[in-house]
Design a binder for this molecule. Structure first.
Ligand SMILES: *[C@@H]1O[C@H](CO)[C@@H](O)[C@H](O)[C@H]1NC(C)=O
Ligand SMILES: *[C@@H]1O[C@H](CO)[C@@H](O)[C@H](O)[C@H]1NC(C)=O
Ligand SMILES: *[C@@H]1O[C@H](CO)[C@@H](O)[C@H](O)[C@H]1NC(C)=O
Ligand SMILES: *[C@@H]1O[C@H](CO)[C@@H](O)[C@H](O)[C@H]1NC(C)=O
Ligand SMILES: *[C@@H]1O[C@H](CO)[C@@H](O)[C@H](O)[C@H]1NC(C)=O
Ligand SMILES: *[C@@H]1O[C@H](CO)[C@@H](O)[C@H](O)[C@H]1NC(C)=O
Ligand SMILES: *[C@@H]1O[C@H](CO)[C@@H](O)[C@H](O)[C@H]1NC(C)=O
Ligand SMILES: *[C@@H]1O[C@H](CO)[C@@H](O)[C@H](O)[C@H]1NC(C)=O
Length: 463
């Protein structure tokens, strides 16, 4: 009896200590078992979220964090309520999760006629289901992410494989079911990084200029390592990242309240450190100030109508409900009847500096010198901007989600206004000119004083 118990214990210890990185019909994963990737970076097994007894199969970083760092969940919407679950390969070659009654709880849901496949947990954190006879990939967890973006994962739309990959947040920190937020690449004219809340835009990283998302000028410095976007004309646009520092462990995830975060493993603290997160300010929330409203988190109130525009509903605007946005104070000259327009009095552009550009960018092939005139010649063009790596951008509708930044690297935005509005602006510019004069008088004074001081010093030394 004791011998048998010992043998059993030995078997349990042995079998859980020496699991391979592979799942097959003859090597299934039971609730108490764990599969490690070859380099032991990742592990796969059953887990319960904090404050929950429900059982899920997930992929986790193999790190001693206070709570398991789950990066992928198989049965996120179909939890098990006991420890009878088993992850195995079904007769039709699918990766499946069965309950104690051998019913399928979750499946990789591929349809194929292969009779033999195995799943392998790679050191990238990707769980790959392969045809055993030829190694062809049938399914992979990287194509069905949960809330985490790992190195070499492709997020976006791949036309070649006809797949769109989005991150989907957990319902809450205790519940891995599909939550309200998703993150991905939206590809209209220029791909942009976007977070949605219940399918409506929630936060934008702005268009990609082949190096950065221009709504995230900090990408130019040391954040957001090794991100690249692959774009082709056939409609493929996906983001990947590859950290050049291989000794750093870094990943991105979308938390259940919509915050997209970059996390780096801190070996000394034995925990993750959030090194970057967005949205950060009230102004990051999509269309905070409505159409033609500009948001600046340093201002109070944060929303203001762009010059030449006024609140659509004055009362609501003053109460801090900015969603109604702003409307033009003066109709555009190009919209007025031809006969009314004096030839030299036509629309022009107001320049706004260090801006986050509005949504609904249209990329036009105009050269830099023609970007403005091409916009001016088309009455439906409401604004333009020119940015390195993108070129000429036009907008042909009400401008929405405009933000004013206080950092370099952001765009200059040119807003179409009626001639009379710009003329009013020229008058307002006089104080600026006065300041400029004062400044130049000031610098002359400084130069003069410096000269006199130097003379005095020279004289003093001479003595
Ligand atoms: C682990 O199992 C494999 C085959 O299942 C075997 O070849 C290997 O020797 C085992 N390793 C250890 C350390 O027991
Ligand atoms: C499945 O593949 C494995 C390994 O290639 C092989 O040992 C096994 O016989 C195959 N089973 C069937 C039913 O083809
Ligand atoms: C791509 O997927 C969509 C929806 O899943 C489907 O309607 C379409 O036919 C697919 N296209 C190709 C080329 O496979
Ligand atoms: C690489 O990452 C490690 C661990 O985070 C860090 O200590 C080291 O300074 C990094 N090296 C560079 C060159 O950034
Ligand atoms: C998500 O992240 C943000 C910012 O770091 C934090 O304020 C918020 O509490 C987090 N949400 C949850 C549910 O932990
Ligand atoms: C333009 O002229 C037409 C006919 O003369 C008139 O009906 C219309 O209201 C005018 N539109 C504007 C914007 O003044
Ligand atoms: C003006 O812009 C609209 C919308 O971008 C476009 O459909 C139209 O063809 C343009 N018209 C001209 C004359 O370029
Ligand atoms: C803006 O331009 C796009 C592309 O030319 C066109 O499809 C769309 O209808 C235009 N929208 C408006 C409001 O003119």
């Amino acid at each position: 009896m004791l011998f048998h118990l010992l043998l059993y214990c030995f078997y349990v210890v042995f079998s859980s200590a020496n699991t391979s990185d592979t799942i097959s019909s003859s090597e299934p994963v039971r609730d108490s078992e764990t599969v490690f990737s070859r380099g032991k970076r990742f592990k796969l097994g059953f887990f319960s979220p904090r404050n929950s007894a429900k059982r899920y199969v997930g992929i986790m970083f193999n790190l001693p964090s206070p709570t398991p760092t789950v990066v992928w969940v198989a049965n996120r919407d179909e939890p098990l309520h006991d420890s009878s679950g088993i992850l195995t390969i079904s007769e039709d070659s699918n990766l499946v999760m069965l309950n104690g009654q051998k019913e399928i709880i979750w499946s990789s849901s591929i349809s194929n006629s292969m009779k033999n496949s195995t799943a392998q947990l790679l050191d990238t954190g990707n769980l790959v289901l392969k045809d055993s006879s030829n190694g062809r990939v049938l399914w992979e967890s990287f194509q069905y992410p949960t809330d985490s973006l790992l190195q070499l994962m492709k997020m976006g739309t791949d036309k070649r494989t006809n797949t769109t990959t989005l991150l989907n947040s957990w319902g809450s920190p205790d519940d891995p079911s599909v939550g309200s937020f998703s993150a991905g690449i939206q590809h209209r004219y220029i791909p942009q990084f976007l977070i949605w809340k219940n399918s409506s835009p929630y936060w934008r990283g702005g268009p990609w200029n082949k190096q950065i998302y221009i709504g995230l000028p900090e990408m130019n410095s040391f954040y957001l390592y090794g991100i690249d976007l692959v774009i082709d004309n056939a409609g493929t646009a996906y983001q990947t990242y590859s950290d050049p520092n291989q000794s750093r462990i870094l990943y991105y995830s979308l938390n259940s309240t919509g915050s997209y975060q970059e996390k780096v493993w801190d070996q000394s603290k034995k925990d993750w450190v959030v090194t970057w997160a967005n949205p950060r300010t009230e102004c990051d929330f999509y269309a905070k100030c409505g159409t033609y409203g500009s948001c600046n988190p340093m201002n109070s109130p944060i929303c203001s109508c762009i010059q030449g525009f006024k609140p659509k509903n004055d009362g609501e605007w003053k109460k801090g409900d900015w969603s109604g946005g702003c409307i033009r104070s003066t109709a555009l000259d190009c919209e007025r009847n031809k006969t009314d327009i004096e030839k030299d009095k036509q629309d022009g552009f107001l320049k706004l500096q260090t801006m986050g550009v509005p949504d609904f960018v249209i990329s036009v092939p105009s050269a830099k010198k023609d970007c403005e005139s091409d916009c001016l010649s088309n009455c439906s063009c409401t604004a333009y901007s020119y940015y390195r790596g993108i070129g000429c951008m036009h907008w042909n509708r009400s401008l929405v989600d405009i933000q004013e930044y206080s950092r370099d690297g952001a765009a200059s935005l040119f807003i179409r206004l009626a001639y009379s509005e710009l003329a009013a602006n020229d008058k307002k510019d006089i104080p600026v000119a006065a300041i400029a004069t004062t400044v130049s008088i000031g610098s002359i004074t400084v130069i003069l004083c410096g000269y006199l001081f130097w003379k005095l010093l020279a004289k003093h030394r001479g003595n």
